[in-house]
Write a protein that binds this ligand. Sequence first.
Ligand SMILES: Nc1ncnc2c1ncn2[C@@H]1O[C@H](COP(=O)(O)OP(=O)(O)O)[C@@H](O)[C@H]1O
Ligand SMILES: [Mg+2]
Length: 364
Amino acid sequence: MEMLDELQQLTAKTMEKVDVAKQYDTIRELGKGTYGRVDLAIHKVRGTKMALKFLRKKTTKQKSFLQEYCISRYLSACPYIIGMYDIAFETEEYYVFAQEYAVAGDLFDIIPPQVGLSEHTTKRCIYQVALALDYLHNRKLVHRDIKPENILIFDKECRKVKLSDFGMTRIAGTTEKRVSGTIPYTAPELCEMSKHSGFLVNHSIDVWAFGVLLFCMMTGNFPWEKALHLDSFYYEFLQWQRYKSAAIPSQWRRFSPHALKMFSKLLSIEPEKRCAIKDVFWYFGKTWLVNKDDSPTPDAKTNGDVFVQIKPPSLPFSGGEALSSNKTDTSPSLSFSSCSSYEDVPKENNANAMLGSTPIEICV
Ligand SMILES: Nc1ncnc2c1ncn2[C@@H]1O[C@H](COP(=O)(O)OP(=O)(O)O)[C@@H](O)[C@H]1O
Ligand SMILES: [Mg+2]
């Protein structure tokens, strides 16, 4: 950790002002958020394609930028973590660093909504994510923002995937303010905390998010909107976990007993009882879905079940209508803004509410 401090100080001293247009040809935007943006660019001298992450100075302190850049560099030796170039600079408006370009984008874009990925592809992908997380946890770091948008892919079959976005990464055992919004990946102990109160950063929050991520990948749905009692999907899960005699909630019935055991360890309600990431490796030799032919799981609509679902904004809503923020309020869906870690997005528990851009929906 001292090494990280030194790297940050050294970077701060050597960081130059750069005219991006003089040194890079910008090809296109790869991602955008409240933080700034990520552009695909070609370094004019090296001729290399790179992803340039721009963090707006107005909203990002130099210290936070240095921390993200240096932690990313420190971890990038792992083959399952995004590679970094030794490039960090500033412009009038932005702090910028350069990353390896992931040609196929991020995992969010390839999960078919309400269907999910095949067991084979899920295992191939999640195995690499588990190795990346284990690497990070062994170095006493906690990612704190595990979700499909932060898993970059190099091919649609997920043969090569890498964990990315270390903007929220912190050292385990430090106290942090709970400033980020509640998203489906947020562990229950964090959901219950009041905003701005302090909590001890622990690996168990990544383990929980990993469990939710796995569910999302295999179903194309979220298991719940928030891990809070007032969320009926979560409450049903909670009752089932507490009283094993309770019926398995419908959205969990597609999983094999081995997969359900793995989920109950990853999604253990009490953080201290949650397993370590390395404990999932044992389950890779087992079947995870009940229908063994590895065909996609059935559509949620076919059996009348109700799911919290993932829906990329560009895909048509069932019924053929393109999903957009001006969709009529007769649609049986709730949508809410992208789960950005940098903002607390207000969400309403109202089935007709439309709140901005909509990568995620609950459909009844
Ligand atoms: N190296 C990269 N290669 C390809 N796409 C990227 C790369 N880095 C980021 N992106 C895209 O940009 C999005 C935002 O980048 P990210 O680093 O996660 O920013 P933020 O901190 O705002 O979440 C990602 O979800 C991904 O779609
Ligand atoms: Mg991100």
